[in-house]
Design a protein around this ligand. Structure first.
Ligand SMILES: [Zn+2]
Length: 350
């Protein structure tokens, strides 16, 4: 081989290496998750281009995925969004779901459920330091593929929605009413708008209420008590996010489940427990959105209240019981009638 050939090859090799290094630097800085989102590349694409990624990049990827997906209420469990991730080990198969057990310390834990033949399950929870190479590799690959697939489906749904013009009725009016009292940046406005629309909320309005609640979330849409407009903006947004979180729950569980405590064949206690849980999740979810807006510098500091955490289950059971009896008396036996019942209960004609 001539010297010239050799130098050319070396230069090419170095160039390739430095290109890879450049990419790797970007991935290490932005995180693999953001990188895949920005470029549309899958983990496999990246692997083929630059080879093995450092372990901490993969661990961080899982954390970023979880953090991002946590923004959707009730979807804390990765299996819900991504489906279970099968891992094969000793002829048993395992379902995996991943969670942070300790958000404060930023530690990742992977929970594994192994289904054994005789209907026994075994659970195992692995600290991030103890996740073996194969498991980590499978998690990152599978998640990356599933997220890409999900994005494809979401884009498709988004186009279909746009074609069908299934937008939230009243949303522009609603945002104008807020802006009339609270100046909002365009960024904040579009954040709120997008969040409401993605919940597939059918309609949203301010309204005068005749009872002392701040908002109402029904299958037919969301009503927010007009008195909340005069409260500070972060508080108002918290109330809106809480109610819209219920719309995400309608989308996730379906109206049968959401109205199950009134129409379903479950005990009052079960109905109450479900209601308490959906309320607590809605509170948590709204609080997370508020923190996100604060981090983005779009709203003033505000500590979200936990409205439902301290209400005893007996009190909620009693409430469910009262509603059920009243609905029975009034022949409320369909989903439409339940919506109408609550709508008429809160909405003032004045
Ligand atoms: Zn609620």
């Amino acid at each position: 081989m001539t010297n010239l050939q050799e130098s050319i090859r070396r230069i090419l090799r170095e160039e390739t290496n430095s290109k890879h290094e450049g990419l790797l630097n970007i991935i290490q800085e932005d995180g693999l998750y953001n990188f895949t989102k920005d470029t549309g590349l899958s983990y496999n694409d990246i692997y083929h281009r630059i080879g093995e990624l450092p372990r901490e990049v993969k661990i961080q990827y899982l954390k970023d995925v979880i953090n991002d997906l946590e923004q959707t209420p009730g979807e804390l469990d990765l299996t819900f969004i991504t489906g279970s991730i099968p891992l094969y080990e000793n002829d048993d198969w395992q379902m995996v779901y991943v969670e942070y057990l300790n958000n404060e310390d930023n530690v990742l834990r992977v929970n594994l459920t192994t289904f054994i033949d005789d209907n026994r399950d075994e659970y195992d929870s692995i600290h991030e330091d103890d996740i073996d190479y194969e498991t980590l590799e499978t998690l990152v690959t599978e998640l990356s593929e599933k997220l890409q697939y999900k994005k494809l489906i979401m884009n498709l749904q988004e186009s279909i929605r746009r074609i069908l013009r299934e937008e939230t009725q009243g949303i522009d009016n609603f945002l104008d009413e807020i802006s009339n009292t609270h100046p909002m940046s365009d960024e904040l406005k579009s954040f709120v708008k997008q969040f409401i629309e993605e919940s597939e909320c059918k309609r949203i309005d301010f309204s005068n209420f005749k009872i002392g609640v701040l908002g109402l979330a029904l299958e037919s849409g969301v009503l927010i008590n007009s008195i909340t407009i005069r409260r500070p903006l972060p508080y108002l947004l918290f109330v809106i996010f809480h109610e819209v979180a219920h719309q995400y729950q309608f989308k996730k569980y379906g109206v049968d489940v959401m109205y199950g405590c009134y129409l379903g064949d479950i005990t009052e206690r079960e109905g109450a427990e479900f209601m308490k849980q959906t309320e607590e999740v809605a509170d948590e979810f709204a609080a997370r959105k508020i923190r996100q807006l604060q981090k983005m510098g779009l709203i003033e500091p505000f500590t979200p209240p936990q409205m439902y955490k301290n209400i005893p289950i007996q009190q909620i059971t009693m409430m469910v019981n009262n509603y059920r009896n009243d609905m029975r008396r009034k022949n409320i036996d369909s989903q439409e009638k339940v919506s109408e019942y609550f709508y008429n209960m809160v909405k003032s004609e004045l």
